[in-house]
Design a protein around this ligand. Structure first.
Ligand SMILES: Cc1cc(N2CCCCCC2)n2ncc(-c3ccc(F)cc3)c2n1
Length: 239
């Protein structure tokens, strides 16, 4: 009996290599970030065409605040540039935007544009473009533990009642229902690290790595990785 193809519903990408892309071209880092931003749109439309339901992109981690303040300021303005340039295309392609992270810590201008993008696309029913923005998985899990601990202290939960499903429902991906956990994680630039990204959700995900820097990762690359995933023998922890 032929093995049925794996369905790829949730794709996660660590979009690495933007600074290296710029350095190879003797350009400042922000040029790599800007090119990387434009590639977000290309890959979003390509993923939508491939029938992917959720595309989660690691845009800014809780550790990124340690970067030079000029670079952080530029990165905090990228959502403004992105939606100014691409909101019409996102609407034309029925893309729904979600941003997960500690958004209340963002600069007001950034906070307002991401909230507006989520509300303007709330009724779209196509691909969910989910940006991890000021996100960190260990902090996400710690926050979930505090919420559950509070329920125990309030007497509304007993520790023995805690289940894996309950923990999932206290994570930032809880609204993605059966698509909470990525089927595939791709990381670009040749680095092979998880970097505090979706640690709980990636428990049974397939991992794939591209040597290309993010701005060079194109639709053909995405199709090849998706096709390779569909023919993998997924285990989900079993033999
Ligand atoms: C911080 C950051 C960096 C960023 N880069 C481009 C992609 C590679 C990663 C580094 C630089 N991009 N690209 C798009 C966004 C974005 C984020 C939220 C949002 F609602 C809309 C767009 C973005 N945000």
């Amino acid at each position: 009996m032929s093995k049925t193809d794996n369905e790829l519903n949730h794709l996660a990408i660590i979009m690495d290599g933007n600074g290296r892309w710029a350095k190879k071209r003797h350009k400042p880092r922000f040029v790599g970030h800007r090119e990387g931003m434009d590639n977000v749109e290309r890959i979003t439309l390509a993923a939508n065409k491939l029938g992917i339901k959720v595309l989660t992109l690691y845009a800014f981690s809780t550790e990124n605040w340690a970067r030079p303040k000029e670079e952080v300021a530029y990165l905090m303005n990228l959502p403004v540039r992105f939606f100014d340039k691409y909101m019409p295309t996102l609407m034309e392609n029925n893309v729904k935007v979600n941003i997960m992270g500690y958004l209340d810590e963002l600069p007001e201008k950034t906070y307002k544009i991401v909230q507006r993008a989520m509300s303007e696309t709330a009724h779209n029913t196509g691909l969910i473009l989910n940006f991890a923005f000021n996100y960190g998985s260990r902090r996400e899990i710690t926050t979930a533990m505090k919420e559950l601990g509070g329920m125990i202290e309030a007497g509304t939960l007993k520790s023995e009642e805690i289940t894996e499903k309950m923990i999932s429902q206290h994570l930032m991906t809880k609204n993605f229902g059966k698509y909470q956990d990525p089927d595939l994680l791709i990381r670009t630039s040749g680095e092979q690290r998880i970097s505090n990204f979706l640690l709980w959700q990636l428990a049974y995900s397939e991992l794939a790595f591209s040597d290309k820097n993010w701005p060079d990762f194109d639709e053909d690359d995405l199709r090849k990785f998706v096709n390779d995933f569909k023919h993998r023998n997924r285990r989900f922890g079993k033999v």
